[in-house]
Design a protein. Structure first.
Length: 136
């Protein structure tokens, strides 16, 4: 069994294409029921997978970056900005920075690709982000 959280690091400053084969795959979040694993980080973009177990509570807080979710597996609901929508494979959701949002009523284990622009956490840390790859 290969640990899908591990991938070769992206060399700082690299300009070559990179295939992130594990992106969007459901990764068991353990007892927490929810886990975000970052796969790629550049100054202006980060990409990861958010996995939620069926019935789990999504406790995330608003982020300082814009983000896009692309649901790859599972079904549930998503609420943000006073709206609630059904989500499933192929659903694409944009959430502006600082807007509260969360998944709920997750009926089947759910995984979503998450794209942050700029990179996740970069606005919270004064904008200093190194080009790197994280655990996934």
């Amino acid at each position: 069994f290969q640990d899908l959280r591990l991938a070769p690091p992206l060399v700082a400053g690299a300009r070559a294409m990179r295939v992130v084969a594990v992106a969007g795959r459901y990764l068991d979040p353990g007892e927490a029921g929810a886990e975000y694993v970052e796969h790629l980080r550049r100054a202006d973009l980060s990409v990861g997978t958010y996995s939620l177990r069926a019935g789990a509570t999504d406790l995330q807080s608003p982020h300082a970056e814009d983000e896009v979710y692309v649901v790859t597996i599972g079904r549930g609901q998503f609420s943000s900005g006073g709206q609630t929508v059904e989500v499933g494979p192929g659903s694409v959701i944009f959430v502006p920075a600082h807007q509260p949002h969360f998944f709920h009523d997750v009926a089947n284990d759910l995984a979503a690709l998450v794209f942050f622009g700029p990179a996740y956490g970069s606005r919270d840390s004064g904008g200093a982000v190194e080009d790197e790859s994280s655990k996934g």
